[in-house]
Design a protein around this ligand. Structure first.
Ligand code: CMC
Length: 371
């Protein structure tokens, strides 16, 4: 038995949710480029769960279901107030809150297909409320209730800010949510599938997935990109900063990908949004620094930006606090996680690989007084 480090190239599941071939990403057969330009996030959620795009009636029904389920149990809101709030990372709060929401769901242990679907709806609805309520409560503000006449992206921004967002912000948030919604067997989705393949419940699967997304090699990279841009500060500092990282063999966050060696197809959409939004908000400097990092680093190493690189300046331009970037990734990826969990339940087998043993040979037990 020989291990493949990081399971690179291992095909670990069959799935009909999303596919990556070279630089083309599709959701159930639809190119991400088309979906990013034309679809609402709710249409994508429906697509991932049902494997077909919704008609108008089906979409209206899903929107209603999401709106009806956004309210959080008071116990979850009260719980946020018990944290040493300032120090708690929103991803840690989200991980705990999702698990906590499960304690308020009397269908949590019901493994019927219908109950699991209803839980997926509740999780998708509530994840936006959790992230926004936590952000407000830690800032000493009251949570804002969702508005049933707003779409998902608009409601997210509304619940965060307490003001109805402008069309340009809604469009950007919608596109970002569409682009992050699913990505084949990425680390967090794989984690979710491993967890529920033991026939554990949906809340456990999603809680595990959030833990995996939190790391800087996965979803946590977008926050680190903004940290890097803030540290760089000015355009002229880009080259020495990146060169120093390269000399110290440090990774540049927002670059590289296990699957894409010829570029991440999501990055170009986020790059264009970043260009437009930074210009609109008078923060062009951040876009210019990003492009310079991109050009300099790619020329040195031939490693291209991934989805996290330009999404950082998109969220920054929308006035979103930097430690909420990864939670936003989770808000979107909830659609993919739940779709994969439902798919895993449909045709389940325990996921239990082997390890290549590299420890000592078989040896005699030594009594403690002889060691
Ligand atoms: N900066 C500098 N060098 C890099 C980078 C980077 N961002 N990415 C890869 N490399 C180098 C790496 O040092 C290694 O070089 P060598 O062969 O000389 O040791 C080579 O490229 C292969 O890298 P790897 O880490 O073995 O590749 P991987 O497939 O295991 O990792 C990755 C993929 C995404 C974890 C990695 O590219 C990385 O750490 N990137 C930075 C973090 C990041 O942006 N993560 C977000 C990923 S995309 C969104 C998501 O799915 O969450």
């Amino acid at each position: 038995m020989t291990a493949t480090k990081g399971l690179e190239g291992i095909v670990a599941a069959q799935s009909s949710i999303s596919s990556i071939i070279d630089t083309t990403l599709t959701y159930v057969g639809y190119n991400i480029d088309d979906l990013a330009e034309k679809a609402t996030f709710e249409e994508v959620v429906y697509l991932l769960w049902n494997k077909e795009l919704p008609n108008e009636e089906q979409l209206a029904e899903l929107k209603q279901q999401l709106a009806d389920n956004m309210t959080l149990p008071q116990g979850v809101l009260d719980h946020f107030k018990t944290y040493p709030i300032k120090e708690v990372h929103p991803m840690a709060a989200l991980r705990t809150a999702i698990s906590l929401v499960g304690l308020y769901d009397d269908e949590a242990e019901d493994m019927s297909k219908e109950a699991n679907f209803r839980k997926a709806v509740r999780l998708q609805a509530k994840v936006a409320s959790i992230v926004t309520a936590f952000a407000r409560i830690r800032a000493g503000k009251e949570p804002v209730a969702p508005k049933s006449d707003l779409g998902y992206a608009a409601n997210f921004l509304y619940m965060l800010d307490g003001k109805e967002p402008e069309a340009v912000a809604i469009e950007a948030m919608n596109k970002a949510l569409v682009l992050h919604a699913d990505h084949e067997l990425n680390a967090s989705t794989f984690t979710a599938r491993v967890c529920v393949a033991t026939l554990s419940d949906l809340y456990s699967g999603v809680t595990a997935a959030i833990g995996a997304l939190k790391g800087p090699l996965h979803g946590g990279a977008n926050e680190q990109v903004m940290k890097m841009l803030t540290e760089i500060g000015e355009l002229e500092n880009v080259e020495p900063y990146i060169q120093n990282k390269l000399d110290n063999k440090e990774k540049i966050m927002g670059f590289g990908h296990r699957v894409y060696r010829n570029g991440d197809p999501r990055a170009k959409h986020l790059k264009e949004m970043s260009r437009q939004l930074t210009e609109l908000t008078g923060q062009k400097k951040y876009y210019e620094m990003s492009v310079k990092i991109d050009e300099f680093f790619t020329a040195q190493k031939g490693i291209l930006p991934n989805v996290d690189f330009y999404s950082a300046t998109v969220y920054h331009s929308l006035g979103i606090e930097h430690d909420l970037f990864t939670p936003i990734f989770a808000v979107s990826r909830m659609a993919g996680w739940t779709a994969h969990i439902l798919e895993q339940y449909e045709n389940n087998r325990l996921i239990r690989p082997r390890a290549e043993y590299v420890g000592p040979e078989l040896r005699e037990y030594v009594e403690i007084d002889e060691r």
